[in-house]
Design a protein around this ligand. Sequence first.
Ligand code: NDP
Length: 445
Amino acid sequence: MNVNTIINNLEAKHPGEKEYLQAVHEVLESIETIYNENPQYEAAKIIERLVEPDRILTFRVSWTDDEGQVHVNLGYRVHFNNAIGPYKGGLRLHPSVNLSILKFLGFEQTFKNALTTLPMGGAKGGSDFNPKGKSDAEIMRFCQAFMLELWRVIGPNTDVPAGDIGTGGREIGYLYGMYKKLQMENTGVLTGKGLNWGGSLIRPEATGFGATYFAKEMLAVNNDTFKGKTVTVSGFGNVAWGVALKVTELGGKVVTISGPDGYIYDEKGLDAEKIDYLLELRASNNDIVSPYADEFPEAKFIPGKKPWEVKCDIAMPSAIQNELNGEDAKKLIANGVQYAAEVSNMGCTPEAIEEFQKAGIPFAPGKAVNAGGVAVSGLEMSQNAMKLNWTTEEVDAKLHHIMSSIHEACIKYGTQSDGYINYVNGANIAGFIKVADAMLDQGII
Ligand code: NDP
């Protein structure tokens, strides 16, 4: 395999799909050596088959707002790879959604799901619909219209979607309601469901908690802990709040959260009361960042900036792809950052990753750090299939165990001869081997 040739060919076939090409490039660079050492992969054209999704469904979503105006959005579901289990991956509702973004997310999801040790393939979907500022009734009508198309290609043994940006418990409820009506079946076809209709305990917190457990393992390599550490976090969505809560519980101090319009710096750090306040604001569909600064006088709102200029020990980007670039990484390094754990999918640009690695700072990629979300989704699927519910302690212990195994896999495949743990290589190689070997076993399909 020659990485540049493959990327050039893909670029010619899929011009302008920059996020997708970026994600493929990163994985290919990590696996190049192992791929070329194992000619059976090349003989079965594993890479050429792995970089193209199995299929893509694109559809129109028509819905009516509260004033009776008709709107038309685009909906997508990308079935990327089901070598190790049913397709599985979230639904993103955000105006930036396009095929490049969903293909990058589906590709990443394939390896992430393999890392969890659970039987799940990779998928992603969503729409360019913007849930911000919409009423509950509008969200419901959109979700129902979206499901009118999506239901044809999902099912508990086929494809099990979940949440992502813009899709939380409320949206999953409306989507599930419509699926159930169309299919006349009460199966666990979505994860992130409400607790009294098939959901799992810990699922809402799982991505953030899992990310913090993974970061805890990164610290433990150096006999270090979160106690007394200053942590910068971006965003304040499904994922970031769980990070803030667990880091705080473990004795760390989260001093930032952010939105697209700027960030909050709270020198005293978030605590349970502040997190509850923010969650209430979020539930009411309101902007949260500037009201927080009005409510708590110790917090400052810094408009138009990102939190990476703040001095911290650990950086945990938790908002959106490419939110931390090379210049941001340089600032963090100059300010003494010791660890970077990417919680968002592809939250750091290749230049940022290079800066961290050059400086010898442990950097772990989203597909390893944020795998706790899909892992607990996998546990939700198991509970649905067995028709029983595990306790909080049981789910949390399994999540903890899965995050430790992912960390061990990264160490196994990513430790360099100089002792530096290259988590990017470790996660990519471990995920790749599992998926590629399953594809080999199943023949050319
Ligand atoms: P949410 O929509 O719940 O939250 C996203 C947060 O990021 C919001 O606070 C949003 O602010 C903020 N944000 C959006 N754009 C920007 C920007 N340009 N700059 C700064 N902040 C921004 O999404 P999730 O928490 O679900 O997802 C966050 C990341 O984690 C994504 O990369 C997602 O793919 C990944 N992830 C999510 C999982 C899950 O279980 N939900 C699982 C694994 C990964 P505002 O609301 O004001 O727009």
